[in-house]
Design a protein around this ligand. Structure first.
Ligand code: URA
Length: 224
């Protein structure tokens, strides 16, 4: 009896193997398309990227860091000198202020945020990234957003805002408003504020930046 069971099992297994896995599937079976992209995979590709000349001049790329499925994805412009040395986003003086700004509304890269940049490598002398560099890097950020699926996007500074909103408006006209940004099949609410480096340079940006943070806090509370 045991032998019969074993033999019929072997027959079944043989049929299955010989027939090919796909032909056994009924036509109407639903096979979900699962992306095998991961944040780590994207970071590896960024670290090896030579899609634009910044790949040759950087010390380290700064792919981004923070939590998965964040409440807020912060997007800045590009790594500066400190970020280039450490391979991490927003770790210099502007980054320290960014951490304080986020902390003032209970946000942080260790608990509920992911921090990234439009451009993953430092442009020499911290010049603004050009169109070719922005285009060469765009796919990395898009893939990050598609995986992270943040609840909200906070855009830090004019350069990042122009790249993401595809406009050329002055920052004082973009800040303080909720935009809708679509990536993949999801539309994300997004807010533009001053870059923390601008806030460090000029006191006049402190108050409007604080107003923006309060608006962000309000919008996040509404999401709950
Ligand atoms: N400025 C940015 O826009 N990003 C950083 O990571 C650091 C400074």
């Amino acid at each position: 009896m045991e032998n019969q069971v074993l033999a019929s099992f072997l027959n079944l297994a043989n049929d299955f193997i010989c027939s090919g896995y796909k032909s056994k599937q009924p036509d109407d079976i639903f096979i979900p398309v699962v992306s095998d992209d991961t944040i780590e995979q994207i970071a590896q590709e960024i670290n090896a990227c030579r899609n634009c000349p910044l790949g040759d001049t950087r010390t380290n790329a700064a792919p981004g860091e923070g939590v998965f499925n964040p409440l807020v994805l912060v997007i800045g412009e590009a790594p500066g000198e400190d970020e280039d040395k450490q391979g991490r986003p927003f770790v210099g003086k502007a980054g320290q202020l960014l951490d304080k700004m986020l902390g003032s509304i209970e946000l942080s890269r260790t608990t509920n945020c992911f921090i990234a940049n439009v451009i993953k490598c430092r442009p020499p002398f911290n010049r603004n990234p050009n169109i070719e560099e922005t285009a060469a890097c765009a796919n990395f950020l898009e893939r990050q957003i598609n995986l992270l699926k943040p609840k909200f996007i906070l855009i830090a500074g004019k350069i990042a805002a122009h790249a993401l909103l595809k406009n050329t408006e002055p920052i004082n006209q973009m800040r303080g408003k909720i935009y809708k940004l679509t990536f993949g099949e999801i539309t994300y609410p997004a807010l533009v504020t001053y870059h923390p480096a601008a806030v460090l340079r000029s006191d006049e940006y402190r108050r409007p930046t604080w107003e923006d943070l309060k608006l962000l806090r309000e919008k996040l509370a509404e999401l709950n």
